[in-house]
Design a protein around this ligand. Structure first.
Ligand SMILES: Cc1cc2nc3c(=O)[nH]c(=O)nc-3n(C[C@H](O)[C@H](O)[C@H](O)COP(=O)(O)OP(=O)(O)OC[C@H]3O[C@@H](n4cnc5c(N)ncnc54)[C@H](O)[C@@H]3O)c2cc1C
Ligand SMILES: NC(=O)C1=CN([C@@H]2O[C@H](COP(=O)(O)OP(=O)(O)OC[C@H]3O[C@@H](n4cnc5c(N)ncnc54)[C@H](OP(=O)(O)O)[C@@H]3O)[C@@H](O)[C@H]2O)C=CC1
Ligand SMILES: CC(C)=CCC[C@@H](C)[C@H]1CC[C@H]2C3=C(CC[C@]12C)[C@@]1(C)CC[C@H](O)C[C@@H]1CC3
Length: 511
């Protein structure tokens, strides 16, 4: 992991031996946390208390907002969820100075199989939803792959997954939001009811109101995903197939690709099936002893290069597929536990993996923060799919980080912060770069800023859970603020209660 030299021996030891703390303390603690969450969810479900408690809990949110309203309103408002518990990479410093509003809304409220919707409170996690829906033969249309991501964070931020080339971003699958606004009122919004608010909520980062429930579209699910691997050793050919697969009239249900170098990678196309066919093998990638998923994908490329025959089709249990990148946090865990994919380690300790992101953030030593600031990239850039090849070339020049995650997604031509300029929709690709840069002359701020310029020129967007180094003006060029500004002007007390989005996401207010 050490692409830069640590300044002291102590820093060196803290960075190189972080795995000691993780294995002996964080992994057992994470396990206890998972057991506690499971029991708590089980009891709530059996008592069926969640739907009845919802109205009371929303009133508690209203009471806190009204208390702020009746005071001198000298501070702004944010949720009380501690920054270390969130999936955003950094900690927002505003959490220390704003009035914290406690939103204890953690339950699935209703699965409506007639209207094919699920109504969730904002702190419901992706793992919780997929666990609840699976026995019913149902799933969310878009299941962002990390277990700990929450419905609230995915709505107020954004969510993308390998079915997004069909269904769009997480927000495009949300039909209705219930919010507590800055004047303490509760409103619901949808395409037909308060449409301006409905379209401005996604990507607003909690700066229009507090989300208290979301009604999300669900789709029929099946037991397995039939996944086909397509290795490539030529970027042009890979980009061409990736784009054609994504833009087909009847595409595969799931599409993603991992690049292992500038010219090589593996495209994966998947479909839901109920039976294991005889054209491939069963691969339960989510078992505790299984190899990290990205290493299994790489094997397909290695074998292809060596002319070795490897079955290109696999049948993967549905939840294993949805959460395939959780156990290794894509490939980020290899920097923390370098031997985490060793067969013996997996056999003995795999069932304790992965450590909770929240505990990793909470216990992150200063030396590691310094290292991440200087010599680590975590970025997702969203660009029109036609720019894929040139983007990869630029990312190689500026970062040279592999693997790279590629995920196609549709942006629909609807009002809001994401503007496209023609047609009903446009196909984009999420280019996810997570790891230690090897590019000559890499420097965090200047290199990232060059990439940000490229993304803006291409009329693309940056995911904001990561660092943005844009200025406020550049940020407002990247994201259309027309509807957002109109709403903030018209909603009572909104500007007093919440900062602008930029005020919550720029690098300089995050530590
Ligand atoms: C609040 C709620 C309302 C539901 N309403 C309906 C309905 O109207 N019609 C219908 O057909 N099915 C509904 N379901 C889903 C379904 O009945 C069950 O998930 C499924 O039948 C499994 O039951 P079980 O007792 O075997 O599972 P359990 O072991 O009790 O739970 C299954 C999984 O769901 C998760 N879970 C349990 N409770 C919660 C909770 N409160 N919040 C989030 N996740 C939880 C747990 O993590 C567990 O792994 C609902 C589920 C929930 C949570
Ligand atoms: N595959 C994917 O799509 C992935 C997505 N992500 C990103 O991770 C983030 C989600 O992480 P998560 O930990 O769930 O969310 P966070 O707690 O990080 O919340 C993200 C933002 O949403 C706001 N927010 C959350 N809940 C509410 C609410 N009830 N009312 C008002 N505002 C709210 C937060 O406001 P406040 O600051 O006031 O708390 C914060 O600004 C998103 O930004 C997402 O894009 C990360 C990895 C993968
Ligand atoms: C698929 C998309 C859109 C994004 C994936 C992003 C993830 C790779 C990151 C989201 C949160 C990140 C964190 C870490 C690694 C990369 C993410 C999982 C750490 C675990 C890295 C080590 C630090 O000490 C804690 C970090 C917490 C957040």
């Amino acid at each position: 992991m050490t692409a830069i030299e640590p300044e002291t021996l102590l820093e060196y030891l803290i960075i190189e031996y972080r795995w000691l703390l993780v294995i002996t303390t964080l992994m057992p603690l994470s396990f206890l946390w998972k057991i506690w969450s499971f029991i708590r969810n089980y009891v709530v479900f059996k008592l069926n208390s969640a739907p009845r408690a919802h109205d009371r809990k929303v009133k508690e949110v209203q009471t806190q907002v009204k208390l702020w309203l009746s005071g001198d309103r000298s501070t702004k408002l944010c949720t009380a969820r501690p920054a270390w518990q969130t999936m955003s990479f950094r900690r927002g410093l505003y959490k220390n100075t704003f009035t914290n509003i406690h939103i204890n809304l953690v339950d699935i409220l209703e699965v409506d199989i007639h209207n094919m919707t699920v109504r969730c409170e904002p702190l419901v996690t992706m793992a919780q939803v997929s666990k609840t829906l699976e026995p019913l033969g149902l799933a969310l249309a878009v299941v962002p792959e990390l277990d700990q991501l929450t419905v609230g964070g995915l709505v107020m931020g954004t969510g993308v997954e390998t079915s997004s080339h069909v269904h769009g971003l997480f927000q495009h699958t949300c039909l209705k939001y219930e919010l507590v606004l800055a004047d303490g009122s509760v409103v619901t919004c949808s395409q037909d009811q308060n449409p301006d608010l409905y379209y401005a909520v996604p990507w607003s980062y909690g700066t229009l109101g507090f989300l208290t429930s979301v009604t999300i579209k669900i789709v029929p699910a099946k037991k397995f995903v039939r996944l086909q691997y397509h290795p490539h050793t030529n970027l042009q050919e890979l980009s061409k197939q990736f784009r054609e697969e994504s833009e087909k009239v009847k595409p595969h249900q799931f599409i993603e690709a991992l690049l292992f170098s500038k010219d090589s990678g593996v495209i994966m196309t998947g479909d839901l099936v109920d039976e294991i066919g005889d054209d491939g093998k069963y691969n339960p990638i989510g078992k505790w002893y299984s190899k990290w998923f990205f290493t299994q994908v790489k094997r397909h490329l290695d074998c292809y290069r060596q002319g070795e025959k490897l079955t290109p089709v696999e049948y993967i249990p549905l939840r294993d597929y949805y959460h395939r990148h959780t156990r290794s946090f894509f490939w980020e865990l290899q920097d923390i536990i370098p031997f985490g994919n060793n067969p013996l380690f997996r056999l003995l300790f795999g069932w304790l993996m992965p450590p909770e992101v929240s505990l990793l953030k909470l216990t992150q030593p200063e030396a590691v923060t310094k290292l991440y600031n200087k010599a680590h990239v975590i970025q997702d850039m969203l660009v029109p799919i036609k720019a894929l090849e040139s983007a990869v070339q630029l990312f190689h020049k500026e970062f040279e980080v592999y693997p790279i995650w590629l995920c196609p997604f549709k942006v629909f031509n609807v009002p809001g912060q994401l503007k496209i300029h023609s047609g009903d929709w446009q196909m984009f690709v999420d280019i996810g770069v997570y790891g230690v840069p090897k590019a000559q002359g890499f420097e965090t701020v200047s290199s990232t800023r060059r990439i940000e310029h490229f993304v803006t020129e291409q009329k693309g967007f940056q995911m904001l859970y990561a660092d943005t180094f844009t200025t406020r003006e550049e940020f407002r060029r990247m994201f259309d603020h027309t509807l957002y500004d109109k709403l903030r002007d018209s909603l009572p007390y909104c500007k007093e209660a919440f900062p602008e989005i930029y005020g919550k996401v720029n690098r300089y207010i995050r530590k």
